[in-house]
Write a protein that binds this ligand. Structure first.
Ligand code: G6P
Length: 367
């Protein structure tokens, strides 16, 4: 099959725009026909007796795992460790008796992730592989393979594979919560109802593309940028920085907003865009005070947030783009689209090779 960009200039643009359809398909695959129950091969595990889940992955897949850690801790009350695959097995970490290890990989072939899977198996863990390529080595070697259903992803910088991973991981978190008794049947139905709104939420964010493109053109001239977020927005800030550096070659860092005063605030000057991910929720007040510290030091704060944060910051923000308001559970899907559009349009403005960025490979099969 020859992959086709359709009316888009790049595969990355096509794959960003496909996401509402992709996550809808993934949602359908994870839920029962009457939408009352999450269905997963991993429900055969006795989750009540699992002491800990260890998630291991590389790159963007690792950041999906970071989001999942927060969901699983919060919804399922399950202890979770998240690890970078290239660091994991060389420490020879002790893994708990009865533990489960989940590896996440778009390609299913990443050498370090495969090595982590083999280490976990040898250490007696039940292993799960969440992969996009279901014929891959990781899918074959894991005790249970879970599919992300993103379809082939051509752009080297991952977009739809990431949000399809998120959908799989959100559904997985709800299933584990049910199995552990952390939510009842009504709770499960409510969570499924919330997840059913993701495709529309992502489409609404994509509808703001011109606003993100305008901001991206201003960011494109910077030599360095910071992405800040707390809670679920922390891994999305990391992903925002990763996407920007991958395809624009602008130096970017993602930071937990509460941590900037311990170092990175020294980077803030009038030339450094600071992209603040500010959805409504429990952490908004705390995040706002962190962002005000940046604004007070003349940082160029670009707010990506819903009406509440944008009203609070007013003139303190240098730029601001409106996001749809949504349930905190599904905020990562919307904000993932926002940072993808920002990176994509900044790369187009800089004229880089968006789909084939220098020095990068789609799948890294060497250590
Ligand atoms: C490479 C790709 C990234 C990807 C990472 C992990 O670095 O360029 O986009 O996130 O590998 O790949 P995987 O196939 O294991 O998800």
């Amino acid at each position: 099959i020859v992959a086709d960009k359709g009316q888009h200039q790049h595969f990355m643009a096509k794959e960003i725009h496909e996401q509402p359809m992709v996550v809808a398909r993934a949602f359908g695959a994870w839920t029962s026909n009457d939408r009352s129950r999450i269905a997963s091969p991993a429900e055969t595990i006795d989750w009540r007796s699992v002491p800990r889940l260890t998630i291991v992955a590389c790159g963007t897949a690792h950041l999906a795992g970071h989001v999942a850690k927060i969901w699983l801790e919060r919804i399922a009350r399950l202890p979770v460790e998240i690890e970078i695959a290239s660091e994991f097995r060389y420490r020879e970490p002790p893994l708990p008796t009865g533990g489960v290890t989940l590896v996440i990989s778009q390609s299913g072939e990443t050498a370090d992730t495969l090595g982590a899977l083999r280490y976990a198996r040898a250490a007696g863990q039940t292993t799960l592989g969440l992969v996009n390529v279901t014929t891959s080595t990781i899918a074959r070697e894991a005790d249970l393979a879970l599919a992300t259903h993103a379809g082939p992803e051509i752009g080297v910088a991952s977009t739809k594979a990431f949000t399809a991973q998120l959908m799989g991981l959100a559904a997985f978190s709800v299933m584990v919560a049910r199995e552990r008794g952390a939510i009842d049947a009504d709770g499960e139905r409510d969570a499924i109802e919330t997840l059913s709104r993701v495709p529309r939420l992502m489409a609404e964010t994509i509808a703001q593309e011109d606003r993100f493109a305008a901001l991206a053109r201003e960011i494109a001239t910077a030599t360095s940028a910071l992405f800040l977020g707390r809670g679920l927005m922390y891994p999305i800030a990391l992903e925002g920085a990763l996407k920007l550096k991958e395809i624009t070659y602008i130096h970017a860092e993602g930071y937990a907003a509460g941590e900037i005063k311990h170092g990175p605030i020294a980077l803030v000057d009038e030339a450094t865009p600071v992209i603040a991910l500010l959805p409504s929720g429990d952490l908004l007040e705390k995040s706002l005070s962190n962002i005000r510290e940046v604004a007070a030091r003349k940082g160029r704060v670009a707010v990506i947030g819903d009406a509440e944060a944008r009203a609070e910051l007013g003139d303190e923000a240098w730029r601001s783009v409106a996001m749809p308001r949504c349930d905190p559970l599904i905020q990562p899907f919307a904000y993932a689209v926002a940072i993808q559009l920002l990176a994509y349009h900044a790369a187009v403005a800089r004229g880089t090779d968006v789909d084939q960025p220098r020095n990068l490979a789609k799948s890294v099969t060497v250590e």
